[in-house]
Write a protein that binds this ligand. Structure first.
Ligand SMILES: Cc1ncc(COP(=O)(O)O)c(C=O)c1O
Length: 462
């Protein structure tokens, strides 16, 4: 049996899908320091207006410019595989499908938005883009996109990943970007944190503060900032994943999946695979939609739904999201890209509405799943992605217990060929499971207790 479906170039989706339009309870606006909704003009200091319009768009479908499609076509449409060997090893009646986003030049889903963001910046006259990166996947994706479009790129990489993944830095350098460890001495935010805690492993929240500061402090106005996850326009650009997967499942002879799974750090690859199917669920389909996170950074499963800052130092607006508190510095687990205190407002609102059922999985179970996947399907996944693999295996085992022929779809968000240190530690028996203590979470949440509160109203349908 054919284990994969590859669409023709002309079948690439020509529009992105905006879930905000269909959410049964409305998405709440980001708030400025005075507690009022931020205006497009306030965001214009760091983003081009075309991206700000997408951030607030009232349109369900948004055309993908041809120039973006031309670059995406270098590796898209990405293949959808049927995990026949994994199914056999598990002895499950479930049919498991995975969307292979590792085929992009940097090795993950991240270029889907990096290319779009670089394109809109270039069109608006931007010369240089700053950003943060956790695992290094986002930094390399933006470095790749800036090289394609013709922009300078500066990346603040979370210290712990910078040390664990030296080859990611070299990838960014190969694409012409400048990558430094965060916190750094180049920004006030970085210097303040280093003064308090010189040995900090860093966090995505800290790196975001530095990258935003570096953009706004360029008085020429030609430097903008780019975020690899969390914001609405990033979720939008990633929906090409699920839109392709929908066409490919049909070619496999399937109607809709019973279960859709993605790992969730800031929420972008999960949004990409799941939002087009969330629309089917809103329209009445029975689909379990599962964002998966590590026990050590349990934003959706342990955090409250609040207004919180997107970064450590307060450079960003307040966002309505599940959060562990913006001062949360998670333990240095290997899945660097999942170490974020917050979650995309669109994913958060959908979870709050009951459309999605988040799940936390321990690190060891994830590596065990990743190794089983490598030995059956052949692909060595990123540690972030291993969370989706582990959840897919859990679901396939559940289908076996129940004797049900379920269709399970998950997003294979990236390969782990630059993350073999994590595998090395796993094989050496050096990794343990870590659950973030409740008291620590409460301590971080105390810092945001006086922030405005989002409405908790839902449609009550799910
Ligand atoms: C391969 C991979 N998957 C998933 C993630 C998590 O990010 P997001 O939740 O935005 O998809 C990352 C982040 O760096 C990543 O590199």
């Amino acid at each position: 049996m054919n284990p994969k479906v590859v669409l023709k170039s002309e079948d690439i989706p020509k529009q992105w899908y905006n879930l905000a339009v269909d959410l049964p309870s409305p998405l709440q606006p980001p708030l400025g320091p005075d507690g009022n909704p931020v205006t497009p003009e306030m965001l214009a200091a760091i983003f081009p207006m075309s991206l700000i319009e997408q951030e607030m768009s009232p349109h369900r479908w948004i055309d993908i410019p041809e120039e973006i499609l031309d670059i995406l076509l270098k590796w898209r449409p990405s293949p959808l595989h049927r995990a026949l060997s994994l199914e056999k090893a598990l002895g499950t009646p479930a049919r498991i499908y995975y969307k292979n986003e590792s085929v992009s030049p940097p090795g993950s889903h991240k270029p889907n938005t990096a290319v779009a963001q670089a394109y809109y910046n270039k069109a608006a006259g931007t010369k240089k883009i700053t950003t943060e990166t956790g695992a290094g996947q986002w930094g390399s994706a933006l470095a790749f996109a800036c090289a394609q479009i013709g922009l300078e790129c500066k990346v603040f990489m979370v210290r712990i990943s910078f040390d664990q993944k030296p080859f990611r830095k070299l990838m960014m350098q190969s694409w012409g970007a400048d990558c430094i460890a965060s916190p750094s001495t180049e920004t006030k935010a970085g210097r303040d944190i280093l003064a308090q805690n010189p040995d900090t492993p860093g966090s995505l929240g800290i790196a975001i503060s530095e990258a935003v500061e570096a953009a706004v402090s360029d008085e020429s106005g030609e430097t903008k900032y780019s975020l690899g996850s969390v914001l609405n326009h990033v979720m939008l650009h990633q929906t090409i994943i699920g839109l392709e997967a929908k066409k490919q499942l049909k070619l496999f002879g399937e109607k809709l999946p019973d279960v859709v799974i993605g790992c969730a750090g800031g929420g972008s690859n999960f949004a990409g695979i799941s939002f087009p199917f969330t629309l089917d669920k809103i329209n009445g389909a029975q689909i379990d939609i599962i964002p998966v996170e590590p026990f050590s950074c349990p934003t959706l499963t342990k955090g409250p739904f609040v207004y919180d800052l997107g970064d450590f130092s307060g450079m960003t607006p307040l966002l309505p999201m599940y959060s562990l508190g913006h001062t949360f510095v998670p333990p240095p687990i290997h899945a660097g890209g999942l170490r974020y205190h917050g979650m995309a407002p669109l994913v958060s609102q959908a979870v709050h509405e009951g459309l999605m059922e988040p799940r936390a999985i321990h690190q060891l179970e994830c590596f065990e799943a990743a190794v089983q996947f490598a030995r059956t399907e052949g692909i060595i996944v990123a540690p972030e992605t291993s969370h989706a693999v582990a959840a897919a295996i859990q679901e396939a085992n559940k289908a076996k217990e129940e004797g049900k022929e379920k269709v399970i779809l998950f997003n294979m968000s990236g390969h782990g060929l630059m993350d073999l240190r994590g595998y090395q530690s796993y094989f050496a028996g050096e990794l343990g499971d870590y659950e973030f203590p409740k008291e620590e979470i409460e301590k971080n949440l105390a810092a945001i207790k006086d922030f405005p509160k989002p409405s908790t109203a839902t449609s009550g349908k799910w």
